[in-house]
Structure formats: C-alpha cells, structure tokens
Design a protein around this ligand. Structure first.
Ligand code: BG6
Length: 488
C-alpha cells in the first residue's frame, strides 16, 4: 500500500521533536509500509536536499540508540521531500496537488502540525483545491479550539470537506502502551469487572504530574493553562477508559460510543461545586531535582501578571448506575516534585474488621503510566515480624504489594505513542483517535470551570516548584484530594 504523508508544519517543533523521530522508528522497525513518501510543508524556501539536512541536524541532537547512523538516515531521508507553501494561498495548494498527482498514492495523510488557528483555513483550501478525495485522511493535533464554540467551528470546517471516518484527532495519551494496557486490563481480563463499580470502589485518583515547566512554550501555555492543556483531553480520556462500559467489540465507534456516554454522564458543575470541587495553582520559584528553577511568571513568553493555572485538582462524579457517588479526583500540574502519571483505584475496606489493620489500609490497584509502566495490587498480609511479637502479629495486618513491571516484562523498546498513532493513521485504524462528539462533550464539561476562573472565581494558589502543588496547604483542596499518604 503506498502512502503520502503531508506534514503541514514540517519545520515546526512538533515535527522534529515527536513526528520525525516516530516516523524514523517506524521506518527502522520495518513497520512503515514500503512505497511511502513524507512531504514536509512550510513557508521557508528550502530544496528537498536542504530539508533533509534540516531534519538530519535535528537527529544529530538525539542521544543513544534512537539516533540513526549516517547510513540509516540516508535511507530514511530518501522518503523526504519538501513543498514550500503559504497556507493562505490557493495557488500553493494547486502545487501541492501536482506533487501528489505524480504518485497517485493509495492513501494521502494530511497531518496538521501547525498552529490551530490555521486548521479552518487549511481545511477550506484543501476542499477548494479538490484535495479532499476518498483517499484523504486528516490528522489534527490538539488543541482543537480553546472552548466549545471554537472547537465546533473547527469540527464544522472539517465536516464540510471530509467525513468523520477520514478524521484522526490525536490525543497522544491514547497511544501510550500503558493506556492500551488499561483497556487490556479492563476488557481482556474478567477478574476486575465484577468489582469495577460503586459497590466496591470508594474513589479513583488520576494524577499526571510533570517536573518540567513550560519550556519554550511560555506564550502558548499562557493563553492555554492546565485545564485546557491536560484536563480537557488527556485526563478526561483516562477517566473514560476507567469508567466506560465494556464496548460490544473493539471497533472504533463501539469504543468511542462508550467513552461518549461517560462524558455525557459527568455531573454538571453547580455554583457550589465550582467553588468547592476545583483548585487551581501556579508555580513559584523553587527547586526541582536539586536545581533552582524560575517561577511561572518569570518564564519567557509569560505575562508578568498572568493568572494562568499551571496546576489543577478537581473532583468529578459520574451520574450513572455504575458510578453514582464515587469521586474521581483529577490532579495535574507542571513543575511538581516528579514526573509521575498514575491512577489509583481505591477499593472499599472490608465490611467488618476482625484484624487490626492500619487506618488507611484498603485494597488499591495502582496503574502506573509513566515513567514506569506497570500495575501494583495492594493487599494486606500477616506481618513479617511475627517472630518478635507473635501474639500481636496474629492480629495485625501489614500492607504488601503484588507488583507487575511491564517495562521489565515487555522491554522499554515498545512502540512509542506517536509511532503507534502514525501507523494507525496510515493503516486507517481509528480506535485510538477522538471523535468530534467526544471532544465537544469534554469541552462542554470543562467550560463552566473556565468561565468561573476567568470571572475570578476561587483564586489562584501559588506553590513552590518541586512541591506537590498547593494541595497540602489548602483546607479546601484537602477535601478534594485525599492526603498524599494514600497515594501509591
Ligand atoms: C501535551 C501538553 O499534550 O502533553 C504538554 O501540551 C505536556 O504541556 C505533554 O507536557 C505531556 O505529555 P507526556 O507524554 O510527556 O506525558
């Protein structure tokens, strides 16, 4: 099967940081179908050779095994060509059309790794130039809009030129092996399903902590914030994977229908929950990994008076028979103490205690997403020190863990998120992509909170970079997030 992958934003940050390395890995693993071309598109005046040199220079910054040898790069570079385009100019789309017509590939992927402000224009122009054929697939990177109305405007523009099954909206969390394992855990194993409900689960925590700050994206981040950057998409997709009903089969729409139902069942915000069930914070200067780091307001590109949140903690509830009354706590932030994404499923304690058990010793299932990928089941057992105090030990239980490390079991060289997603686009598999109605529903749910914060609702709380956020110092926040002693 031949394909042409047109990479709009071909010299941009996403292209060289994520997409080119992923395409190279797919090429190296032999999983990229033979007979493919990658057409980088940007405004710069570059020849094919200059574009290859540009990409080569980027690869030279890659360290370790992921760096191609000179010979490997040359073979990969043979797939690369360059098309100079001004995305507002119809004539440039005609030239792109001519470049594509030389090949008549079976599949033409249009990957919009550009500023989202260009999405609508590019879709209109592709339509006007007749580049929206049945062979076309469109890939859209987040953020898709900054609220429900702008998200709808993009989806409407897309819908005018392509059908939904041709559209691949990326949420790269869905491409992570750990997230696919979450689906495998729930729908490939019957063990947990009878317990996976309000009768047995007390609450669920989703944490996506990052130790990095806003890096070079200060200006972008300042107009975005953690709620739009991480919660509306990644965290809510994790919540869907945790809370959805088993789909009737593994086809894309069966999965997406169930995720949509979860989003529709999210308890709407009320004036009270807007105040009491959401906390926002912003990092101040501090130390991360032993190094002094600047506060958010000192980051390049950030306005010195900015009130953009870099931390969000919130409590969500899902109003349906399976989950009514079970809190889902979502917490995410930048410049926290560590890079650590995990989910904790806290089961209810035994209904009647015949042993002495530690206060917070209920069973927990911890799903580690990154940096390690694994599962830990927390159980209670008779203590190991029963020689010293045999009588007491007979009644006292100690927390122990069953630990499964997927990195050790399957190796760390598994297919990365972008590699997996790019191959899925080329093969036409939509399972790991987000449908427009899911996305709109997620915006609909976060929007009242966005408005509340814009209207200066509950204030922004500073936290020191390198801490776990404002949670521990704030009485209201403490009611949202169980204390850290109950974390994994
Ligand atoms: C992106 C956000 O979608 O996800 C970034 O825009 C964030 O701000 C990144 O750092 C996190 O992804 P990962 O894969 O590094 O956890």
């Amino acid at each position: 099967m031949s394909f042409d992958l047109v990479l709009f934003g071909g010299t941009g940050d996403l292209a060289w940081r994520k997409l080119m390395p992923a395409l190279f890995q797919a090429f190296r693993h032999g999983s990229l179908p033979a007979g493919g071309r990658i057409l980088g598109v940007a405004r710069d005046a570059l020849s094919d050779a200059q574009y290859r040199d540009f990409i080569r220079a980027r690869f030279e910054q890659v360290e370790g095994a992921k760096r191609p040898s000179a010979e490997e790069f040359d073979r990969f570079a043979a797939l690369l060509t360059y098309v100079r385009m001004d995305l507002s100019q119809p004539a440039d789309y005609t030239r792109l059309g001519q470049a594509l017509a030389q090949r008549q590939a079976d599949t033409v992927v249009m990957y919009l790794a550009t500023a989202p402000a260009l999405f609508t224009t590019v879709c209109e122009q592709l339509g006007a130039a007749g580049l929206n054929t049945p062979h076309t697939r469109l890939v859209l990177e987040k953020p898709l809009g900054h609220d429900l109305a702008s998200n709808r405007a993009i989806n409407d523009a897309v819908r005018r030129v392509l059908s939904e099954r041709q559209v691949f909206r990326i949420d790269h969390y869905l491409g992570k092996p750990a997230v696919q394992n979450l689906f495998a855990l729930r729908f490939g194993n019957a063990l947990f399903e009878p317990l996976w409900r309000r009768e047995h689960i007390d609450h669920i925590q989703i944490t996506i902590a990052e130790d990095l700050g806003v890096e070079k994206r200060g200006a972008f981040y300042d107009s975005t914030g953690a709620l739009r950057d991480m919660v509306q998409n990644h965290a809510l997709q994790l919540l869907c994977a945790l809370a959805m009903e088993p789909p009737i089969n593994a086809h894309a729409d069966a999965i997406r229908d169930e995720k949509l139902k979860v989003l529709r069942s999210l308890q709407p915000w009320t004036p009270q929950t807007l105040e009491q069930h959401a906390v926002r914070g912003q990092y101040a200067a501090g130390r991360v990994g032993g190094e002094a780091v600047a506060g958010y307001l000192q980051e390049p590109g950030v306005s010195p008076e900015s009130t953009t949140e870099t931390f969000v903690a919130l409590r969500a509830e899902i109003a349906n028979w399976r989950w009514a009354g079970v809190p889902f706590y979502i917490r995410t932030g930048k410049r926290l103490a560590a890079r650590d994404a995990h989910i904790v499923v806290n089961f209810r304690p035994a209904p009647h205690a015949i042993f002495d058990t530690p206060m917070d010793a209920a069973n927990r299932l911890v799903i580690h997403l990154q940096p390690r990928d694994g599962l830990a089941l927390h159980l209670l057992a008779q203590g190991q020190d029963n020689r010293q105090t045999p009588r007491a030990a007979a009644h006292t239980l100690t927390p122990v863990q069953l630990d499964l490390d997927f990195d050790k079991r399957f190796g760390t060289e598994r297919v990365g998120a972008y590699e997996r997603l790019l191959l899925d686009v080329i093969d036409g598999r939509l399972n790991l992509f987000v449908r427009s109605d899911e996305q709109e529903e997620a915006w609909r749910w976060v929007e009242p909170l966005l408005h509340h914060w814009q209207g200066h609702g509950r204030g922004l709380q500073p936290y020191a970079a390198g801490s776990w956020g404002p949670i521990s110092d704030d009485p209201l926040a403490r009611s949202i997030e169980p204390p850290h002693t109950r974390r994994a």
